[in-house]
Design a protein around this ligand. Sequence first.
Ligand code: HEC
Ligand code: HEC
Length: 426
Amino acid sequence: MLAMIALSAAAASAWPAETPSLDELKRSFARPDAVPMPASNPGTPEEIALGAALFSDARLSRDGSHSCVTCHDPARGFTDGASRGKGVAGVTLKRNTPTLWNLAWASSLFWDGRAATLEAQARGPIEHPLEMDRKLADAVVAMKADPETVKSFTAVFGVEGVTEANVLKALAAYERTLVSPRTRFDRWVEGDESALTDDEIKGFKLFTGRAACSKCHSGWRLTDEAYHDIGLPEGPDKGRGEVAGEPRMSNAFKTPTLRELVWTAPYMHDGSLATLEAANDHYFGGVENRPTISHDVPLITPVSTVQRGWLTAFLKTLSSDTPPAPVALPIKVEARVETTIVAATEVTAGARTFSPAAIRVETGATLTIRNADERTHIFKADDPRVTLSSDVQEPGTALALTFPASGTYTVTCLVQPGMRLTVVVE
Ligand code: HEC
Ligand code: HEC
């Protein structure tokens, strides 16, 4: 068992700590100039082309009725336009089909974060009984019987040819190239003052200021890649709470990107809000307060109808004026990082990372995790040997842990699953 005590009381952090200048704010939304591919799946042009073909290959479904494109239609911003779509079973799915824009940068996938990579994600819809309902192994057998398919796989993967892993790799490599095009907002961020109207700029200022939207919708993809309960009417779908086995994360779903929203209605994990205006209005009077509500969502923000109009006008500048198509960015294959394990008894939880991220401690020593971030975290070790689920760690608080047995442990944050701390206990 793991001993845990909260060390200090919450020093309620005012947000933002210091008001950044308009230029600093703009820079925090600047687009990247290359698309990252992991060293384990570098995405050659041939592999990407194969992935694109697989993406519309109905052999991945039980009865040949569905391919990925059926639900992630490029003409609808890689969604299906339904509040909740239907798979081969003809049954309405539990959740809204999310867009696939800009997932090369994503650190967790699905509305509840249950997949860590695009490669791992892709098996989900194929084998899901309500979606495509086909064992990937069976689809591979069918593909192996087709000389053309075998030829394309061999051209990319050599003698390995058609395998389950290679189907998933090719799909993921293709998906990483789905980068949304530059919009008027990007031109403004890059210095073209005339790209936005005065009202849209006022909307941006509200978004990053009093309305506090950018607490969660941050960075060029407009997402913090975290999971929050934003107080939508409570339904049977508990989202992240279910996969994390953590009731305090109930009703939490992934912060979606706000790119190209004009083309991806309806909105929210259940597709319950039909328009951008309705999604926006939710935050002004619609937020249901309950124990699981995110500490980052303001319960009451006095914003007039005119100001709401500015906000929606701003949101629209994140969408293309004409139906968007993916833009080709240069590919940057990420170097394999060797994790250095350092001896440490104190770790800082900052914006999306632990620092250091891999440590060595002695058996029985006390490890302190200090939350130096602007937001709350819930730390958890998923390990059969220990039960560690911290309290909600407010900014400024610290947590003391002792590891009584040697071994390697991984501590993650349930709100921000991209955060991982490796603890080697000697
Ligand atoms: C029947 C409709 C349907 C089909 C077919 C389908 N998807 Fe999806 N997709 C969904 C739904 C619904 C979700 C959200 C599920 C959830 O979060 O639990 C989703 C989620 C995703 C996500 C996660 C996106 C994010 O932002 O986290 C990716 C990636 C994805 N699908 C890729 C694919 C690929 C690749 C295929 C083909 C192998 C595919 N999908 C086939 C409906 C579909
Ligand atoms: C606490 C973090 C947080 C804050 C603050 C926040 N959002 Fe969100 N936003 C989310 C999450 C999480 C969802 C998805 C919720 C769900 O489906 O259950 C979401 C969904 C949305 C959507 C729907 C997008 C889609 O594709 O379905 C829009 C639009 C949106 N937010 C706009 C805003 C605006 C405008 C503000 C400020 C007034 C704001 N958000 C503040 C986290 C946040």
